[in-house]
Design a protein around this ligand. Sequence first.
Ligand SMILES: [Zn+2]
Length: 306
Amino acid sequence: MHGAIDLGGTKIEAALLDENLVPIRRHRIVTPNLDYDDLLAAIGVQINWLREQSSDGELSIGIGVPGIVNKNTGMTLTSNLPTAGHTFRKDISKIAGYDVPLENDCRCFALSEANGGAGENFNKVFGLIVGTGIGGGICNNGVLTAGLNSLPVEVAHIPLPATIVKKYNLPLNSCGCGRTGCYETLVSGPGFSKLAKHMVGVDISVENIVSRANLGDLDMQRVMAVWIELYAHMLDMIQLMNDPDCIILGGGTSLIDGLIPKLSEAMQKIALKNTLGPELLLAKFGDSSGVRGAAMLPLEKLMKNR
Ligand SMILES: [Zn+2]
């Protein structure tokens, strides 16, 4: 049995997974997001719940968090949780009684998809989540790469391409990271809606943009085409910088019908000459990939990087 905790800004989900890393039971509680000690106590509740689920009280636990986890200090920076200045990983490990690995949730997603997931048969796997936010992780031969700051791949906060911004007269909106005109501001789920607002002047959800475009609404088809073009440029940049064998797409926007063929076609138009493009694939484990990857963190061969 394996245990995993998915720590989010609004909920903390504990998941018990069987020997094949399939989630079999889940337990959700609200995240105390104002007080650090309350947050630690809530994680303690979930650790205890997981232990109660296993017959002998013994199971490994890994935790996925939406932020940057410094691999040396265990300090964790995340905009929605009161963890700044605390040695979060050490404090959680104290509660658990053993060293609990903590990792960024996008990197957990990449780890999951590279091992038994859509990226199983590839060497260099890039996992990319495009949902409320955007983030990625890279696995080489099933092992997460570890950098200086233990950053996920922060493609979200790279500036939009000037050529496309100029071509469609796109807005340079302020981003949650404190900068302006980042990819996340127009390519994330909320960014897609903002793009529609800018181009057509209506407040509309991603689901409705897509369904109206599919029904022949020309305005929404235009919005969709610009979003795909921006998204393809983001993928192209990932290719130019990382040259992965495949890019696995996850997050809410990955559910859009026909996304892969649209992105592949748009990528081919802008690809560097004489290069092979990475295979674009949808996540195999969908929403469960985060907890699946977190559950894999304590596995021995992966521990060396954390
Ligand atoms: Zn940003």
